[in-house]
Write a protein that binds this ligand. Structure first.
Ligand code: GLY
Ligand code: MN
Ligand code: MN
Length: 457
């Protein structure tokens, strides 16, 4: 059923080269002192129920620095004999375990196919770490991810207390490296962009398939299954965040995830769903009438949101503040709602975050960074000042208007009752202007009306 849709996709991009992982590690260690040690642990498995675990997803930082995705692993960087040495502690090969749980790359696989100088079985971690921390002054380690590793580091640091007193050696500080890694991850390389383009194209086609599958009586979960089924069919690891599939008043709930209702003919459906490919996220929202034809009221709101989204994308220029897309979107939304008679304030008053009426109908931000995390790493306001956009940064642009007639806190205009529209694309900042990675996903009213309810031919 998905074979024709697959023809629209390019083949999988090449994986990131080992040299690039080495360069990322070099960029990190160039900020360290030689007596620093960096420790990055994989998070533990999450339990679904009893002895069933959720599919494993390692930390984005570990993917960024090594590409390694196996559980129960720890990556360490230390300086020794005049150079930085990278080590990966992994689950050792174990035939009995592999019969039950699947093949393991093991120490040999880690050494041969990943950008590390050394690999060890994870049973050796405690001894090695204790040794390496002997002369370290500072340990870079993010606490709270893996309590077992937190304990090991704490014990190692405590054990050094005596040595510190006698010889003045041993770690005196444990620092969180997340900020350093976030700064590196904020600007995407060509290879990272290739992975994100594939995740974006898969999600774009998936949304189009859901549009085509929309008809009166279809359920939210059936549309979800079309989208997520295609994510798998296209060779991604699945969703990059739980899919939001809401029709009617559910479209006015920003992070609705119940996805259990039947779609009515006169309703708008809002789907916010993205795929993950080699760890990289896409994040798309589209909203369309189940009937395949916008009513006048639905069209009025859709046009305002689309105009706001296009203005916000246009504001994604090198040198603009990261708040520029949000400001552009809010202005167009306020102007639109004044034109439609929903807001009776001036544009300036409507935009006021205290007394302005816009925030009744548009209550979230327009953008977030996107990359290995859907809400990706990177400080928005370093030192309290909004960051300036640079080539290689990726962000979403996702304005919306939500008229929840169920809300007791506002008087919803009857004409727009339970219309929820959000339009979200993923944008790459370049010196030649913004590139919309999710541009294959239908967005214009004409395209949506041509596609909704029509089988793929
Ligand atoms: N899908 C969550 C978001 O759009 O931020
Ligand atoms: Mn988003
Ligand atoms: Mn989204």
């Amino acid at each position: 059923m998905f074979a024709e849709a697959m023809a629209r996709l390019p083949s999988h991009p090449a994986p990131t080269l080992l040299e690039e992982f080495e360069q990322r590690q070099d960029r990190l260690t160039s900020q360290f002192r030689h007596d620093d040690v960096f420790v990055l642990a994989s998070p533990p498995h999450a339990v679904h129920s009893n002895d069933v675990e959720y599919p494993y997803r390692t930390s984005s930082d570990l993917i960024y620095l090594t590409g390694w995705t196996e559980a129960e692993s720890v990556f360490v960087l230390r300086h020794e004999d005049g150079r930085w040495v990278s080590s990966l502690f992994v689950q050792p090969k174990d035939t009995l375990k592999e019969i039950w749980e699947g093949r393991r790359p093991g120490v040999e696989g880690a050494l041969s196919s990943y950008a590390v100088n050394e690999a060890y079985g994870n049973n050796e971690l405690e001894d090695q770490l204790s040794k390496w921390l002997t002369n370290a002054r500072r340990v870079f380690h993010r606490g709270g991810v893996n309590h077992h590793i937190d304990g090991l580091i704490e014990t190692s640091v405590q054990r050094r207390d005596r040595a510190r007193q006698h010889f003045g050696t041993g770690p005196v500080a444990v620092e969180d490296p997340s900020g350093l890694l976030a700064e590196l991850r904020l600007r995407k390389s060509a290879s990272e962009i290739e992975q994100m383009v594939y995740a974006s194209k898969v999600a774009s086609v998936a949304h189009e398939l859901a549009m085509r599958h929309s008809r009166e009586g279809v359920t939210e979960y059936q549309l979800q299954s079309v989208i997520e089924g295609f994510f798998s069919y296209a060779g991604t690891s699945g969703w990059s965040y739980p899919s939001i599939v809401g029709c009617g008043e559910n479209a006015t709930i920003l992070h609705y995830k119940t996805n259990q209702d039947v779609c009515g003919l006169d309703e708008v459906i809002l789907i916010d769903a993205g795929a993950e490919f080699r760890g990289y996220a896409s994040d798309i929202t589209r909203s369309w009438p189940i009937s395949g034809k916008f009513t006048d009221a639905q069209r009025e709101i859709y046009e305002v949101v689309l105009e706001a989204q296009l203005a916000a994308i246009e504001a994604c220029q090198v040198g603009n503040l990261y708040t520029a897309p949000h400001d552009a979107a809010r202005t167009v939304l306020a102007e639109g709602l004044i034109r439609l008679g929903v807001i009776s304030q001036s544009v300036e008053d409507a935009l006021d975050m205290g007394t302005g009426e816009l925030k009744r109908w548009y209550m979230h931000n327009t953008s977030h960074w996107i990359g290995l995390d859907v809400h990706d790493a990177g400080v928005y306001k370093p030192g309290g000042q909004p960051r300036t956009l640079e080539p290689g940064m990726c962000l979403t642009v996702e304005p919306g208007l939500y008229f929840g007639a169920w809300r007791p806190d506002v008087d919803c205009p009857e004409r727009y009752a339970n219309i929820g529209i959000r339009i979200e694309d993923d944008v790459l900042i370049t010196s030649d202007g913004p590139i919309v990675l999710t541009d294959d996903c239908p967005k214009s009213i004409e395209d949506i009306e041509r596609i909704v309810g029509k089988d793929l031919r």
